[in-house]
Design a protein around this ligand. Structure first.
Ligand SMILES: Cc1cc2nc3c(=O)[nH]c(=O)nc-3n(C[C@H](O)[C@H](O)[C@H](O)COP(=O)(O)O)c2cc1C
Length: 378
């Protein structure tokens, strides 16, 4: 554990410990993966201003996201099939986030259900909603999130149709995995993973199976998504979802200034500048390159968050400088989870916290909330 110093170290360990089908599911982008790569690479193009001889004592990373106090402005992004990276993955990640003091967002496509996560956490978590054709089921999901006391609904707007990730097609991604010879051989050499899985009953999409009408098996994600996700979703739908939910609403998947301005008009509390981790429109801009224009366009009419490509505390600070009030990490916590379970998620957060703290000091700042465009060299 003392040799794990970076998110890349966690990724290497996860690659060894998680069955290939699920490691690849996390480590993939749509088609040529150009946007997935750009999300990470474009952060490196942004440079800080180094400042010296300023008081760097009493530093603080504390901030708020949609009015909630956070230990640092880094939430865990909603990710599907998280309980396949590690047994009971969503429950463990939610606990790690709660103990650390950052928000956890549960995906509609999670393995552990809303109720599972609520049963092992004390503070409210956030729930991410996909809008499906079966509106009764969507209403029921919203009501379940309310009953579980979730404190924000994150409505994802950029996946009404699934982008193709070639690795998932080649690997025949399903949850649970089909017991083919190749899968058995791959799983057999990962004892930590399968022993964990053998010890849990949570091995398929528990928000859905048993709740949505006529759905007994959603093992194959892509065919189920094609059948069930509603391609008619429009701005009008945001209104009834907002009304039914009645609480804090975050719109996820905005990458264009015009859409951001539309989003601000809905009365939602925040937008997430995001391209779904490069998993949807290959060839779209990286999130970090889209951020500044969007943040400038909406001003303070709506809170701006961003995700995509954050692999270090420095990346978080760059996003804050360019106008984000909060950020999210997807793969970094998934790699932590696959590598070391709950401890690995905590480790991912600790790595990012340490990098943020030192970078903040070397930029001559004491409060993370003071980071702005002035701290970038341009
Ligand atoms: C394995 C995986 C599954 C994901 N599943 C969902 C999901 O169910 N709902 C959603 O809104 N976004 C989903 N996303 C996108 C993330 O919420 C987030 O936008 C993205 O991971 C951020 O990029 P990063 O992984 O580079 O941090 C997923 C991302 C990954 C990597």
């Amino acid at each position: 554990m003392s040799q794990i110093l970076t998110i890349a170290d966690l990724k290497d360990l996860a690659r060894r410990r998680v069955p290939r089908m699920f490691f690849d599911y996390a480590d993939s982008g749509a088609w040529t993966e150009s946007t997935y790569r750009a999300n990470e690479e474009d952060f490196a193009k942004i440079k800080f201003r180094q400042r010296v001889l300023v008081d760097m004592s009493n530093r603080s990373l504390e901030s708020t996201m949609i009015g909630e106090k956070v230990a640092m402005p880094v939430a865990l992004a909603p990710t599907g099939l998280t309980g396949m990276q590690h047994a009971d993955g969503e429950m463990l990640a939610a606990q790690a986030a709660e103990e650390f003091g950052v928000p956890f967002t549960l995906s509609t496509m999670s393995i552990c259900s809303i109720e599972d996560v609520a049963s092992v956490t004390k503070k409210p978590f956030w729930f991410q909603l996909y809008v499906l054709r079966d509106k009764d089921f969507v209403l029921n999901l919203i009501d379940r999130a309310k009953a579980a006391k979730c404190s924000a609904l994150v409505l994802t707007l950029d996946l009404q149709i699934l982008g193709q990730r070639h690795k998932d097609v080649r690997n025949g991604l399903s949850a649970p995995p089909k017991m083919t010879l190749a899968n058995i051989a791959d799983i057999a050499i990962r004892p930590r993973w399968w022993m964990g899985m053998a010890g849990t009953k949570r091995r398929t999409f528990r928000n859905i199976v048993g709740h949505a009408k006529g759905v007994g098996d959603v093992a194959s994600l892509s065919s189920w998504t094609t059948e069930q996700f509603d391609p008619h979703l429009s701005w009008k739908d945001v209104a009834w979802i907002k009304e039914r939910w009645g609480g804090k609403l975050i719109l996820k998947g905005i990458l264009d200034k015009e859409d951001a301005l539309m989003a601000a008009k809905t009365g939602a509390d925040a937008i997430i500048v995001s391209n779904h981790g490069g998993r949807q429109l290959d060839g779209a801009s990286s999130s970090i390159m889209a951020l500044e224009e969007i943040a400038d366009a909406v001003g303070d009419t709506i809170e701006v968050h961003m995700d995509g490509g954050i692999r270090s505390g420095q990346d978080v600070l760059k996003a804050l400088c360019l106008g984000a009030k909060g950020t999210y990490i997807g793969r970094p916590f998934l790699y932590g989870l696959g590598a070391l379970g709950k401890e690995g998620v905590t480790k991912a957060l600790e790595i990012i916290r340490k990098e943020m703290d030192i970078t903040l000091a070397l930029c001559g700042k004491r409060l993370v909330t003071d980071m702005g465009k002035d701290q970038l060299r341009r």
